[in-house]
Design a protein around this ligand. Sequence first.
Ligand SMILES: N=C(N)NCCC[C@H](NC(=O)CCC(=O)O)C(=O)O
Length: 449
Amino acid sequence: MNKANEANFDGLVGPTHNYSGLSFGNVASLNNVDQPSNPKEAAKQGLTKMKALADMGFIQGVLAPHERPHIPSLRRLGFSGSDAQVLQQASKHAPKILAAASSASCMWTANAATVSPSADTHDGRVHFTPANLVNKFHRSIEHETTGAILAATFNNAEHFAHHQALPSVDHFGDEGAANHTRFSAEYGQQGIEFFVYGMAAFDSSVPKPSRFPARHTLEASQAVARMHGLTDEKVVYAQQNPAVIDAGVFHNDVIAVGNRNAHFYHQEAFLDTEKMQKDIMTAWGDNPETFHFIEVPSQLVSVEECVKSYLFNSQLLSRNANDMTIVVPGECQNIPAVWEYLNSLVAGQGPINQVKVYDLKQSMSNGGGPACLRLRVVLTEAEHAAVNPHCLMNDALYATLNQWVDKHYRDRLIEKDLADPQLLMESRTALDELTKIMQLGSVYDFQKG
Ligand SMILES: N=C(N)NCCC[C@H](NC(=O)CCC(=O)O)C(=O)O
């Protein structure tokens, strides 16, 4: 077994961060529509969390934001002329489409891809499949650039394998790592890959939510497991409870999180909790007593409180199996039942023994908590050494990115600003400079001429 560690790659919030109410089924997105946003503050809140984790000794990476407004997507929909004319026409005839083409949603890198560490895959490489995010138009335009950014960040074919996103149709709706977690006693040993789906596309007997969409299918997860060359006995599938999707749990990472030997989840998260436990224990194999199921009863914290607080959209960070820190958003402190639960959790006998709180309000107002903002990548030492070093957080990169944000970002944005050609120029200038800072090459359409 090679020694390995978990790295977190957070999405850097882009210059067009705004609240457009684009995500039906995501309560915060719908509730905050048309509020003014503060892209500068959003980016800085994210950078603060990244730096804090790096300072704690964890490997912290950064994934660059995408080019927005995305003019090629607008042209594909029939808007034409100069870039300024495209913006102007879209704003006049289809302002919601312009908003979709302007979203900074790639910041939620838990949806960027599914990642399988080398200990789990058939060829001993780390595998990446960008998520097609087909359920929402504004997110369905992410995967190509995501793939380019991942390839520029993990740019070494000996260690990293990059796949294409799955076909962009509902049958293979794929939301990436937000519905995927991994259990293993040590990061470097073969782990259990746990895939959670909202519906089955080719089996009408499987229940579905009725109010809000199930974004992710069983068939998508099965395809990813095949492409990554995972071992069948080490793959577990579980269905999300359709009732919690209807209550606003649009990704499983809003109601469950796992790390190493711990699965922390809400009583109502899964359609069949007993089966989920049994299947994980079968895949875990020997020493069942070393695995912890930490189930939060509805009586202590309701599903509604989970959705409001993002208790489960937390990061479980550990250096040892029995020494885990839970990273939660500030909203957890505002809901007494949640804050009481967290305090009793860390005071108890389980593996989670410390809580850290970060202010991520700008992202939270669009339904993105600490766990949404990060893509987990387990890396051996050799793989870590093969990552593009300019994408790894340290004092120098933190200072450079803060200055870069100060120089290029606005501190207020509302929907009508999205039509401003100046905003497009600001965004492109910023990203052009960023590709040099992070040495990514030409990953954006506007750089390809
Ligand atoms: N749970 C995880 N992993 N990710 C959260 C993603 C939030 C994102 N919100 C948005 O896209 C809102 C954009 C807007 O309304 O302007 C979404 O719903 O896909």
